[in-house]
Design a protein around this ligand. Structure first.
Ligand code: RB5
Length: 141
């Protein structure tokens, strides 16, 4: 499975942990950042969102300090449903109810173990469709 991933400086360390932890089984497309030097989160959210939006089954992970900047930026893209999650229950619901295609992680507020659990859950939980499909179809303006 191919996963597009990006972070700013606040999420850089967690991004590297994630790629190392899940080095088997996933093909990581790392869109930066590649150091702990201060950067601007939109410069990494836009390329990941663009790549994920290209195909219906594409999936991505974005990481910054709070997750808010990444989620706000990614959700400007048509076809992107980026969900800021901080527990595996929320990550599951983001897939089941919102058909989220980008998992957004708040690196400064979660442990790497919580992030790993959320990623496993996010990748393995299907969208429920039905009434939730009607709702996500109403998101776009
Ligand atoms: C960087 O200090 C921080 O503002 C950023 O990582 C993120 O939390 C923004 O939403």
């Amino acid at each position: 499975m191919k996963v597009y991933i990006g972070s700013d400086h606040a999420g850089y360390e967690l991004k590297e942990h994630i790629k190392q932890h899940f080095s088997n089984g996933y093909e990581w497309v790392d869109m930066g950042t590649n150091a702990s030097t201060s950067v601007d989160y939109p410069d990494f959210a836009h390329p990941v969102a663009q790549a994920v939006a290209e195909k219906a089954d594409n999936i991505g992970i974005l990481i910054c300090g709070t997750g808010n900047g990444m989620a706000m930026t990614a959700n400007k893209h048509q076809g992107i449903r980026a969900a800021l999650c901080w527990s595996k229950e929320i990550a599951a619901l983001a897939r089941q109810h919102n058909n989220a295609n980008i998992l957004v992680l708040p690196a400064r507020f979660i442990s790497p173990e919580t992030a790993f659990e959320m990623i496993e859950t996010f990748f393995s939980t299907p969208f429920e469709g039905g009434r939730h499909l009607n709702r996500i179809n109403k998101i776009n303006l």
